[in-house]
Design a protein around this ligand. Structure first.
Ligand code: AMP
Ligand code: ZN
Length: 201
């Protein structure tokens, strides 16, 4: 041992890889829900926070207070809560400061962090924290499951039809492509340079 310890930073390190934080990085959102620096809105049912490692110019997480671990744990009894989360997301998107952006609202098919959370993210995908193909594909493919479709699933079938791990892996392996045009970049830096031209201020 060199005596030097690995820098502990939570879910994402500077190289985009997960780094353990006291062995509990997956619980990072539970502490984030109490972090005044991150909280955007808080009420008895849920907390809206800014994503600590935003993958676009605007990136929020809506986290229920009820201890629901993931989409797999969602059942009919959560339909009202999911609808409420969807409405809160819509109100957030409609705020004047967001008017130059389109947004996506959804849940990752296989989340890495504990406690159910909805991503509300502007579709510019322009952020220094977006570094890897995995980051890119997790927000630009079906891996981000639309909130409205999730809600319909729960209302109709009492549960979420989750993707198989195999299918999630295929989505993560999708070749890089611009989400706004036919441009096929060779590398992530090429793609990051390219997407800026789609941004209207
Ligand atoms: P996922 O579990 O894949 O749906 O994504 C988890 C999200 O949480 C990612 O967008 C991360 O950038 C974000 N994240 C990770 N750790 C924290 C933290 N401590 N506080 C706030 N957001 C975080
Ligand atoms: Zn393009």
């Amino acid at each position: 041992m060199s005596g030097k310890r690995k820098r502990v930073v939570g879910e994402d390190s500077d190289n985009g890889k997960k780094v353990k934080s006291n062995g509990h990085w997956q619980n990072g959102l539970l502490s984030a829900m109490e972090d005044p620096e991150l909280i955007v809105q808080s009420n008895p049912k849920l907390v809206v926070i800014k994503d600590k490692f935003p993958k676009a110019e605007f990136h929020y997480l809506i986290i229920p207070r009820e201890d629901i671990n993931s989409l797999k744990a969602v059942d009919q009894s959560h339909a009202g809560l999911l609808k409420y989360m969807h409405n809160i997301a819509q109100q957030l998107v409609d705020e004047p400061r967001h008017k130059s952006r389109c947004f996506k609202m959804g849940y990752h098919a296989e989340a890495s962090m504990a406690r159910l959370h909805m991503h509300v993210i502007s579709d510019d995908m322009n952020s220094p924290c977006l570094k890897t193909k995995k980051h890119w594909n997790s927000f630009t493919t079906e891996f981000l499951m639309d909130s409205k479709l999730i809600l319909e699933d729960v209302e109709k079938h009492g549960k979420v039809k989750v993707f198989s791990t195999e299918y999630c892996k295929r989505l993560m392996d999708t070749p890089l492509k611009c989400h706004k045009c036919d441009f096929v970049p060779k590398t992530m830096p090429d793609l990051k340079k390219h997407i800026v031209k789609h941004i209207t201020k």
